[in-house]
Design a protein around this ligand. Structure first.
Ligand code: THU
Length: 129
């Protein structure tokens, strides 16, 4: 279900520069799902990734605890491909998600599962301050 919603979100990507469409579906601890897509910008650097779009939507709606995220990427009109979250998204996820938070990546045929700890080991977070 989460992967299907991530794919649907990728169809709403605003990606006129890279033509790389990403969708994410974030599951809250309370069972709600928030989706997000990448939103690019002519300045490039102001681009927001799909994962952060989903997370910021959820946090701005009052959610603070999360269980899992599914991510789907594909060139516009192309096949799905594994799309690991970028470093900035991993760091932003670590602000709200525990080490056992689940990250699902799929290319439509096979799905890879990682914990946040696996993708961002030895992270800098609030415990370090
Ligand atoms: N992108 C995401 O949305 N999530 C990722 O995990 C990796 C990259 C977006 C950013 C940009 O719009 C496009 O993919 C190409 O980098």
């Amino acid at each position: 279900m989460l992967i299907k919603k991530a794919y649907e979100a990728s169809e709403r990507a605003y990606a006129p520069y890279s033509e790389f469409c990403v969708g994410a579906a974030l599951l809250t601890a309370s069972g709600r799902v928030f989706t997000g897509c990448n939103v690019e910008n002519a300045s490039y650097g102001a681009t927001n990734c799909a994962e952060r779009t989903a997370l910021f939507k959820a946090v701005s709606e009052g959610e603070r605890a999360f269980s899992a995220i599914a991510v789907v990427g594909r060139k516009r009109g192309g096949e799905e491909q594994l799309c690991p979250p970028c470093g900035i998204c991993r760091q932003v996820l670590a602000e709200f998600c525990n080490k056992d938070f689940l990250i699902l990546l799929t290319n439509g045929k096979e799905t890879e599962r990682y914990t946040l700890e696996e993708l961002l080991p030895h992270s800098f977070d609030r415990e370090n301050i």
